[in-house]
Design a protein around this ligand. Structure first.
Ligand code: ZN
Length: 134
């Protein structure tokens, strides 16, 4: 089951600079930063009701975030959906014709199993599935 929007991923040049804006905007402090070495990305999370904003900064020019920012302005990068059974949703979405970047879930930031859908099957939008690890 897809439960809710888990977070919106926002690509930024500098988490430090962006946090000044987002913390004021949402009137909250971020609750964690985390480097995901496998993705060459630094993340920061701010709670927003039942969802979150995830700021993403490249830690290396080879990072997908660095490549994104070479082509796009800072801003919306991906929509993350909270699911209760990621393997089930991957199989369901494959059957529906979606293309997965990750056919097997991998470990993501903020204690999650994650998998991304390929934008070519979602009208250009990057979608992340997340299942909370317990
Ligand atoms: Zn994300």
């Amino acid at each position: 089951m897809i439960k809710k929007i888990e977070h919106l991923g926002i690509a930024v040049e500098s988490i430090e600079k962006s946090l000044v804006i987002f913390e004021k905007l949402l009137n909250q402090k971020m609750y964690k930063t985390e480097v995901v070495t496998s993705e060459a990305v630094k993340t920061a999370f701010i709670t927003l009701g039942e969802s979150k904003i995830e700021l993403l900064e490249a830690t290396d020019p080879s990072s997908s975030i660095a490549k994104f920012l070479n082509k796009n302005r800072e801003g919306f990068h991906h929509l993350a959906l909270d699911v209760d059974d990621i393997e089930f949703e991957i199989a369901r979405l494959k059957k529906e014709g979606f293309v997965l970047i990750h056919e097997q879930p991998k470990n993501g930031a903020d204690n999650k199993k994650i998998a991304f859908l390929h934008p070519k099957s979602t009208n250009g939008m990057l979608i992340e599935l997340c299942e909370e690890l317990v």
